[in-house]
Design a protein around this ligand. Structure first.
Ligand SMILES: [Zn+2]
Length: 100
């Protein structure tokens, strides 16, 4: 079984383009990120400070998501979303007589 992990290092670099949003990053704000499969580094790139906090937006990670999706987390997320929608609908139902 192969595991994919993301390694983020903070290194001083020259001006580079963010791999996620495409903006130019100053060397002090750039993050070097790598996606490695076992010992072999497959992909690497640069990320700005904003995108490194929202790492799911990296296209490279989207590519590996299908093979490594934790379906328990997905189910939990869907359940939370369904609960939220039900709560909103219930709130609307309760508020509707007051508005009309
Ligand atoms: Zn960015």
């Amino acid at each position: 079984m192969t595991k994919t992990k993301t390694v983020i290092k903070t290194e001083k670099v020259e001006c580079v383009d963010c791999s996620s949003c495409g903006q130019e990053i100053e060397k002090n704000d750039a993050y070097d990120f790598m996606i490695s499969n076992s010992e072999d580094i497959q992909r690497n790139g640069w990320a700005c400070e904003h995108c490194v906090e929202n790492i799911v937006s990296f296209p490279v990670i989207y590519q590996t998501l299908g093979e490594n999706t934790n379906w328990g987390d997905v189910a939990l997320a869907i359940a939370s979303l369904a609960f939220a929608v039900m709560f909103i609908l219930k709130s609307i139902q309760m508020l509707l007589p007051l508005i009309m």
